[in-house]
Design a protein around this ligand. Structure first.
Ligand code: PMP
Length: 353
């Protein structure tokens, strides 16, 4: 048998959200934080046109998209790195800092790709437990050692939806040495309505060791095409670009992302509707008697401990796929009003059973 890296024996698997179907054929996928909306016609049209060019390699530097992002956010193009989904940029970030002995700190539970990518890069994960479902930034600052290369702050946090607010983030960043990279993973930034949460792009402008990670997968509805981006000072963005697999961001993805930036207003209106549904879902759950952390993302979190898998199974019977974390809780994406109503009915039935 070929010899593999021993880390592959213990690497945590990435479990993607699954779809389920009820006995009468209903299926609501609330397990992957996807947009409940189909793509905009203008974006589909751009992709269709671009399809006639797919016999050619894509632009290796994703120049059009990079420039469009730079212009949109008022940053130099040298500060932008584009990836095949922001999860690929997470992997690239680990590749830029990860080697035996290098430590990377992140809250736990948080985005489940962090431990996987840390292991694959040969870095050491330092997981700092959430407190009240939120980042404990003091404990994270205390966990920094001379071996620390990078800290992830997932804001809002996946899967709990909680946020880190301005004062605590600034106080934390003041404690982080300048040679430690802080990555603000803002995959759900567009859903944030709490005015006390800093926009990572404001923070990055003041701090050369802060990188901001965003995605077209959620608010922009391009999960199936895989595009994300990083904005950071030139040395960081350049290091990340060096780890890009050649031609990783395909032509259709590049074109669709540019078309989506052009349709930003229309897409952000959709985000507003999701945010309204989020409020409705959370309030309905609280009225049913659940404890639901305040969420600034496109999902809610229910701590269910040992009843988690039973809850997921009860939702599945109604055709609702949620994302369970065994022994901990379940994350439920905000979907269409119909999907949300079906989920709420399943949650009520579970409580009353
Ligand atoms: N960061 C966070 C916090 C996420 O929840 C996700 C998606 N689950 C990602 C990054 C990656 O998203 P994508 O690769 O689709 O851009």
């Amino acid at each position: 048998m070929p010899r593999f890296r021993t880390i592959l024996d213990t690497v945590p698997p990435y479990r993607a959200g699954k779809a389920v179907v009820s006995a009468d054929g209903r299926s609501y996928k609330l397990s992957s934080n996807e947009s409940p909306y189909e793509p905009l016609p203008s974006v589909v049209e751009a992709i269709s046109k671009a399809a006639s060019r797919i016999h050619l390699y894509p632009d290796p530097g994703a120049t059009g998209l990079t420039n469009a992002l730079a212009e949109r956010y008022g940053v130099p193009p040298e500060h932008v790195a584009v990836g095949a989904g922001s999860v690929t940029l997470v992997q690239q970030l680990f590749e830029t800092v990860g080697e035996p002995g290098a430590e990377v700190i992140y809250a736990w539970r948080s985005f489940e790709a962090y431990p996987l990518m840390a292991d694959l890069a040969g870095a050491t994960s330092v997981q700092v437990p959430l407190v009240d479902e939120a980042h404990h930034l003091d404990a994270m600052a205390e966990a920094i050692t001379p071996q620390t290369r990078m800290v992830f702050v997932c804001n809002p946090n996946n899967p709990t939806g909680t946020v880190v607010r301005a004062a605590e983030l600034e106080a934390f960043l003041d404690r982080v040495p300048e040679d430690v990279l802080v990555v603000l993973d803002e995959a759900y930034r567009e859903y944030v309505r709490d005015a006390d949460v800093l926009d990572g792009l404001t923070v990055y402008r003041e701090r050369p060791n802060v990188a901001v990670l965003r995605t077209f997968s959620k608010a922009y509805g391009l999960a199936g095409l895989r595009v994300g981006y990083l904005i950071a000072d030139e040395p960081v963005a350049a290091a990340v670009r060096k780890t890009t697999v050649p031609f990783a961001i395909n032509h259709l993805a590049q074109v669709a992302a540019v078309a989506s930036l052009d349709a930003q207003d229309e897409l952000l209106e959709r985000v507003d509707s999701v945010v309204k549904e989020r409020t409705r879902v959370r309030e309905a759950l609280i009225a049913q008697g659940w404890t639901v952390p305040v969420t600034e993302a496109n999902f809610v979190w229910l701590r269910l401990d040992e009843r988690t898998m039973e809850f997921a199974a009860a939702c599945a019977v109604e055709g609702v796929a949620v994302r369970p974390f065994e022994g901990e809780g379940a994350r439920i994406s905000i979907g269409s009003p119909e999907a949300n109503d079906t989920f709420l009915a399943a949650a009520a039935a579970f409580r009353n059973a």
